[in-house]
Design a protein around this ligand. Sequence first.
Ligand code: NAP
Length: 323
Amino acid sequence: MSESSDVRNVIIIGSGPAGLTAAIYTARANLEPLLIEGELSSTSDQPGGQLMLTTEVENFPGWPDGIMGPELMGRFREQALRFGTEVLTNKVSRVDLSSSPFGVWIGDPTAPEPTHRAKSVIVSTGAQSLMLGLPEEARLLGHGLSTCATCDGFFFRDHDIAVVGGGDSALEEALFLTKFAKTVTIIHRRDELRASKIMQDRAFANEKIRFEWNSGVSAIHGEQTVSGMTLVDTITGVERELPVTGIFVAIGHRPNTDLFVGQLDLEDNGYLLTHAGSHTNVEGVFACGDVQDHVYRQAITAAGSGCMAAIDAERWLESQGGH
Ligand code: NAP
């Protein structure tokens, strides 16, 4: 049988904690999953997901002494392979979810025939934190620069920290960080916050939080770890230094949904809409992890939802007459 006529039970798209957990479960259920993990071709495509961009992970249960993010994802992958997951290091260029079996293209998206077909698809393409676009960000991410206070706040006990952004995320991160930090400076590009009134009231009432209004970030400093940043007044253009040893960027997230727009229902904020666990609006297509979760965004919750998607897919395949 040629590759294109070989219909899989399940194809998993994306290889963060959600996708790899879905792979472990579907492989152990003898569904012989194909996991398409992406390829490191751009900042938007990160095999292994966002944990590949972090350093130490201390809150993943089962690792009492902590584990480095890339090592943790390597172990997820090893476990998925152990049970027979086939892993393709490639980027999906197109999907056709209009009828079953579903089509998945790798390479030329205009090719008439899909590269792979499957009875069910699990979408676990994740999300990306929006970044400021400064050249130092890639080097210092995980070294004093972070996009997740829940993950990394603990490492900044008694530090002077900056949080960039003026929305609910920025204020939530800032309030959380006051548990550890000496001071938290919120850097916002306007003189008015976007965040909800209640979050604003909490932030204004917190003695550890101060604000730098009308401020952009023009540079982040530090060799091994963050040592400060340069702010630029968005009205006068005048630059000034802010000596901080931790910077949290909280200017929003973007779910990786480009492949699915027009085929799967999205929430108003662009995340994939799921119901009854991991079901999407298309029968046989399931979604898990950060591509459908704008609330918790943790590796452990992504892994949990990957397990849910695998069980949902298995039950759905069973309801269609088995596999
Ligand atoms: P958001 O509401 O889109 O806010 C993003 C913030 O970052 C804005 O203040 C924006 O400035 C700023 N920003 C964007 N790009 C920037 C750039 N390049 N440089 C500097 N600043 C930049 O995103 P969010 O805070 O992540 O919230 C997303 C959604 O989740 C919202 O609906 C929010 O209410 C919700 N949420 C709720 C809670 C909660 O209720 N506890 C917690 C977190 C998130 P401008 O204001 O000038 O555009």
